[in-house]
Design a binder for this molecule. Structure first.
Ligand code: NAD
Length: 359
């Protein structure tokens, strides 16, 4: 197959981990006889420094004309420490999601058995956890009207949802549940919020079209508790932008490290694949970032955007084999990891690439 992929490294460790994700794609192309053509594009701090725009038109056009995008992360300490700066890297991210029509963020939380001990949750509670989050991306407080009142001491962000936004992501969640354990947990705060009452009403309506899928509703506070208390009770979780943002970071602890979790953002056009972690200023440039989230994002890209199920499964199997062989980056190593098995970013990428040739 011939495919065009945009590589969007972004800032900080985004660049370091995306390099390894691309190496894995290269190896897949070689092993399975595909031709992947790459184009690089800028976003975030680098783009602001270069032309004063966190998402240059040129980058957006490249993405719109591609078959899929492999993204790293954006963010820089300069902006984190100065909330008054008007042009910010995250604006590039929000604009990209909006312009590409990426309304559903899929985050698989799957625990590799080899990393049971790396999580802060007890292994007996965790074992067998396998959750797929569907977080809505284009509505909610992130895009509602926001501002300050005249006295500047009152601020507001409007939580807003429209029926069509809920319908389209609910369909995606129910369809995914059909290929899994056939259960959808919809998370909202319908006891307090009107937008959540609409959310619940619409999800119930859509659910009737999928009678083979069990639908349950949980308030976000209860869901936050149950994720830690009984993660195995979840299959597909469907939720809004704000609750999804928070719950998926919480759930990342089930997988042991931010450095392990991949995500896909999909809509009606091109799909975007990225680790859930940020640009991690604290470890940028040290070469120690875990590239597995980017590599697993590449696996999602192969599966969802290109329909290459076998190739995607091969990447996941290679990651599993590397972990089974005891290799770790520093973030997922523990006291039992021998020093010679603690790898840097590039070495971990090499292990996965070498393993791919064997699976
Ligand atoms: P972060 O995800 O960058 O880092 C959180 C912690 O996890 C850090 O201690 C970091 O070292 C560690 N970590 C993250 N990824 C890792 C990896 N691959 N390997 C090893 N350790 C890893 O979150 P943060 O520190 O809150 O934010 C840093 C910057 O990233 C900020 O500017 C923030 O705005 C931005 N950010 C961007 C995105 C995105 O681009 N999608 C997401 C979250 C945060």
């Amino acid at each position: 197959m011939n495919k065009k992929i945009v590589i969007l490294p972004g800032d900080g460790i985004g660049k370091e981990v995306t390099t390894e994700g691309k190496r894995v794609l290269d190896k897949i192309a070689e092993l399975y006889g595909h031709h992947f053509e790459y184009e690089y594009a800028t976003i975030g701090h680098d783009a602001i420094e270069a032309i004063g725009d966190p998402l240059p038109e040129e980058s957006l056009n490249k993405m719109k004309n591609s078959d899929a995008v492999l993204f790293g992360a954006v963010g820089h300490p300069k902006y984190d420490n100065d909330p008054t700066l008007k042009v910010r890297p995250e604006q590039g991210l929000l604009k990209m999601r909006k312009e590409l029509g990426l309304y559903a963020n899929l985050r698989p939380i799957k625990l590799f058995d080899e990393l049971l001990e790396a999580s802060s949750i007890k292994p007996e509670i965790l074992k067998g956890s396998d959750i797929l989050f569907f977080r809505e991306l284009t509505g909610d407080v992130y895009f509602g009207e926001k501002g300050r009142k005249d006295d500047r001491n009152t601020a507001y962000d409007l939580m807003i949802y429209q029926r069509y936004e809920i319908e389209r992501i609910a369909h995606k969640a129910f369809q995914a549940a059909r290929t899994r354990r056939k259960k959808v947990t919809s998370v909202d705060k319908a006891n307090v919020l009107e937008s959540s009452r609409l959310w619940r009403e619409v999800v119930q309506e859509i659910g009737k079209q999928y009678p083979d899928v069990q639908l349950e509703h949980q308030f976000v506070d209860a869901a936050a508790m149950n994720l830690i208390k009984s993660p195995r009770s979840f299959d597909v979780v469907l939720t809004g932008n704000l609750f999804g943002d928070i719950l998926t970071d919480e759930a990342s602890q089930i997988a042991g490290s931010m450095g392990m979790l991949a995500s896909a953002s999909v809509g009606d056009k091109v799909g975007l694949y990225e680790p859930i972690h940020g640009s991690a200023h604290d470890i940028t440039g040290k070469g120690i970032a875990n590239p597995l989230a980017s590599i697993l994002s590449a696996a999602l890209l192969l599966d969802i955007s290109f329909g290459m199920k076998q190739e995607s499964a091969a990447v996941i199997k290679a990651v599993e084999a590397v972990l089974k062989a005891g290799y770790r980056t520093a973030d997922i190593a523990d006291a039992s990891t021998s020093k010679d098995k603690i790898l840097n970013t590039q070495q971990m990428g090499t292990q996965v690439v070498n393993q791919l040739a064997k699976v």
